[in-house]
Every structure is written in structure tokens, then in C-alpha cells.
Write a protein that binds this ligand. Structure first.
Ligand code: 5GP
Ligand code: ZN
Length: 119
């Protein structure tokens, strides 16, 4: 995994501007946009411009970029006005977790009460 674009990758196409998306924020390294099928009042996706299949691949191959992605998830929450009330950051990894797009993306969810698990 070297971060190079993948021709048939949906999120590489959004990063390149070849497929439109409702962009919330952009940085040199990341793009954040609205999820097309929101599962919460606020549901954004934050992706690195570079292509890595999932969070583990990103962290193993580009640790500084994985940190930048987490920082940007926090900035997106602030921009959406959900940082103070609280929000969730999720990385689905692999088929059993329901990952359908194999370009790493942080789901940023908030804005209303989220269902919880483990308590
Ligand atoms: P995953 O299940 O892989 O963690 O999440 C993929 C997410 O991408 C889903 O929440 C889905 O709604 C979203 N998604 C799929 N296709 C598109 C698209 O073309 N545009 C946008 N903005 N989101 C998409
Ligand atoms: Zn990609």
C-alpha cells in the first residue's frame, strides 16, 4: 500500500472531483463530505486524499496521515457544531463490519442522541 489512486475507487473519484460530493472541509491531506445515506442528524465521512484500504493499512503505512485524519475528524465535528455535545468516530473495517468502500474513511456521527453499545 503506497497511497496511489485506485482507478475504480469511489472515494478516489470524489477526492479527484470526478464524482460530486457535498464537501464540508478540505485540507492538503484530507477531504470531508456528507454521507449520501446519513445514519444520524450529522453524518460526514473524512477520507485521506491518498488511497489506503482501511484504518489499519493507513496506520501501518502512513502514521502521520492517520494522525492527520483523526485531527480532521475533530475539526469536522467543530465545523458541524457537534463537538461540544459529543459525537462518534467510526472506522468500519472489513466485510463483517459492513465496510463497503475500501478507501479508508472516518464516519463522524452526531447531532442527536446516538444509540450506544456496551452500556
Ligand atoms: P462503509 O460501510 O464502507 O463504512 O461506509 C461507506 C459509506 O459511504 C456509507 O455510509 C454510504 O452511505 C456512503 N456512500 C456510498 N456511496 C457514496 C457516494 O457516492 N457519495 C457519498 N457522499 N457517500 C457515499
Ligand atoms: Zn481510493
Amino acid at each position: 500500500a503506497d497511497g496511489q489512486p485506485v482507478a475504480d475507487c469511489l472515494f478516489c473519484k470524489i477526492v479527484a472531483g470526478d464524482i460530486p460530493a457535498a464537501v464540508v472541509r478540505q485540507t492538503e491531506d484530507t477531504v470531508a463530505f456528507k454521507d449520501i445515506n446519513p445514519q444520524a442528524d450529522i453524518h460526514d465521512l473524512v477520507v485521506p486524499r491518498a488511497h489506503y484500504a482501511n484504518a489499519a493499512e493507513l496506520a501501518a503505512n502512513a502514521p502521520e496521515l492517520s494522525a492527520a485524519l483523526l485531527v480532521e475528524a475533530g475539526e469536522v465535528a467543530k465545523a458541524e457544531g457537534i463537538a461540544d455535545d459529543g459525537y462518534r468516530v467510526v472506522f468500519n473495517t472489513g466485510a463483517h463490519a459492513g465496510q463497503t468502500v475500501f478507501h479508508v474513511h472516518a464516519h463522524v456521527l452526531g447531532g442527536d442522541f446516538l444509540s450506544t453499545f456496551g452500556n
